[in-house]
Design a protein around this ligand. Structure first.
Ligand code: PLP
Length: 376
C-alpha cells in the first residue's frame, strides 16, 4: 500500500468485479466473446453512434481509422499540436506526414480559424490533407460546428480523438459522435478503464465491420487461414470488455464526481494572482477528466515546476500539460500553423490529481498546498 496521490487512478466497483469473474468462469478468455459484443452495443447506445468496434487501445482505434480512410505514404494528415503523441503516431505508422495546428486560447483545442487557413492554403497548393484528427483535450470537446464546416468545404474527413472525453458533450451531443469516426481510450488513467482498451465508433457499418476484420488479422472468409490484406491483432479481450461494461454503468457518476472535483479546485484556488484554470467553453459539458491550471510565475511568485516539485515532495502526482507535438524532437521539421498558444499552455500548465475516487479532504489539501506557494 502507498499513500501516494495519483493523477487519475482506476476507480472500480462491485459490478466490474462480478462481470470479470463471470467472464472468467464462462471460459471466454479470448479477444472475442459475449462481453465484447455487449460492450460494443452498450457504448454505441450510450454515445448515440450506431456502430462500435472494441479494440486493444485507443491508439489501435486511431490507426485503424486512418487505414480505413486510406491514408498512406505521401499523404498529409492535420492534427492538433496540443495533445498526447498517441493522437499522431498512427499517422506515421501509415507512412503519412502530420501537419500541426495550434490550440485555441479559449478551449485549448484545435483552433478552427487556423484550421480554415491551413485548409485554404492546402487547397491553393492542390494538396489537401487526407484527414483531420481533432482532439477533445482533457475531456472538453473541440468546436465541431466550425471544424466540421471547414472540413466539409474541402471534403476532408474528420477523425475525432475523444480518448480523454467519454461522457463529455458538445451542444447536447456526445463526444466521439462528431467525426466520420470517433475514438475512445480505456487506458488505466482514463475516466473509465479496462486497464488497456479502446473503441472505434462510426455511423458507417461497413467501416466498423472493416475495423473488426483488420483487427483480427484480416482473415478472409475461408476454412483455412487466408489473407489478402495486412492484418493486426487489435481486438479487446472478453475479460477486459466485462470490466468495461461495469465501468460504463457508472460513467455518469464518474463524470459528475470529476466535475465536482474541478468545481472545488476552482473555488479553493479562486482569486490567487497568476493562477488560472483551463477555460471551459460555453458550448458543452466537459467530463473534467483532468483539472488543469496555468501558473504565471511573475504574478504567482513561483513557477509550474516549483508547484509540481512541491506536490511531488508530498507524494502527490501532478503533470505538466502535454508538450505540443511541434516541439517534440521526433516531429521536428513537421509543418505547424501557429504554435505559440500551445507552447505557452505547456510552459505554464499543470494537471492536478483528478481521479473520481479522490476524497474532498485531499482536494482541499492539494489546493491549500498550491495556494500556500503563492509568494511563499
Ligand atoms: C488524446 C489521446 N489520444 C489517444 C490516446 C491513446 O489511447 P490508448 O492509451 O488507449 O492507446 C490517449 C491516451 O492514452 C490520449 O490521451
Amino acid at each position: 500500500m502507498t499513500n501516494r496521490t495519483y493523477l487519475s487512478p482506476p476507480h472500480m466497483g462491485p459490478d466490474e468485479r462480478a462481470l470479470l469473474l463471470e467472464a472468467f468462469d464462462s471460459n471466454w478468455i479470448a479477444p472475442l466473446g459475449p462481453h465484447v459484443d455487449a460492450f460494443e452495443r452498450e457504448i454505441a447506445a450510450k454515445v448515440g453512434v450506431p456502430h462500435a468496434a472494441a479494440l486493444s487501445s485507443g491508439t489501435a482505434a486511431l490507426h485503424l481509422a486512418l487505414r480505413i480512410l486510406g491514408v498512406g505514404r505521401g499523404d498529409e494528415v492535420i492534427a492538433s499540436t496540443l495533445t498526447f503523441s498517441a493522437t499522431v503516431n498512427p499517422i506515421v505508422y501509415e507512412g503519412a506526414t502530420p501537419v500541426f495546428i495550434d490550440a485555441d486560447r479559449e478551449t485549448w483545442n484545435m483552433d478552427p480559424a487556423l484550421l480554415e487557413e491551413e485548409l485554404a492554403a492546402c487547397a491553393k497548393k492542390g494538396k489537401l490533407p487526407r484527414a483531420v484528427i481533432a482532439v477533445d483535450l482533457y475531456g472538453q470537446c473541440a468546436d465541431y460546428d466550425r471544424i466540421l464546416a471547414a472540413c466539409a468545404r474541402y471534403e476532408v474527413p474528420v477523425i475525432e480523438d475523444a480518448a480523454e472525453a467519454l461522457g463529455a458533450t458538445y451542444r447536447g451531443r456526445h463526444a466521439g459522435s462528431f467525426g466520420a469516426m470517433g475514438v475512445y481510450s480505456f487506458n488505466g488513467n482514463k475516466i473509465i478503464t479496462t486497464s488497456g482498451g479502446g473503441m472505434l465508433v462510426s455511423g458507417r457499418k461497413d467501416w466498423i465491420e472493416k475495423a473488426r476484420f483488420l483487427a483480427t488479422q484480416a482473415r478472409d472468409p475461408a476454412p483455412h487461414y487466408q489473407h489478402s490484406q495486412l492484418g493486426f491483432n487489435y481486438r479487446l479481450s472478453n475479460l477486459l470488455a466485462a470490466v468495461g461494461r461495469g465501468q460504463l454503468r457508472v460513467l455518469d457518476e464518474r463524470v459528475a464526481r470529476r466535475r465536482a472535483i474541478n468545481a472545488s479546485y476552482r473555488r479553493l484556488l479562486g482569486g490567487v494572482p497568476g493562477l488560472a484554470h483551463m477555460p471551459e467553453a460555453p458550448y458543452g459539458g466537459a467530463n473534467c477528466w483532468l483539472t488543469c491550471i496555468t501558473i504565471d510565475p511573475r504574478a504567482f511568485g513561483a513557477g509550474r515546476e516549483d508547484v509540481r516539485q512541491h506536490l511531488e515532495r508530498l507524494d502527490v502526482e501532478s503533470r505538466p500539460v502535454w508538450k505540443p507535438m511541434h516541439l517534440q524532437p521526433f516531429f521536428e521539421g513537421c509543418r505547424v500553423r501557429g504554435g505559440a498558444v500551445a507552447a505557452g499552455v505547456f510552459e505554464h500548465g499543470l494537471c492536478l490529481p483528478s481521479g473520481s475516487s479522490l476524497p474532498d479532504s485531499q482536494v482541499a489539501r492539494i489546493a491549500g498546498e498550491v495556494r500556500a506557494l503563492h509568494r511563499s
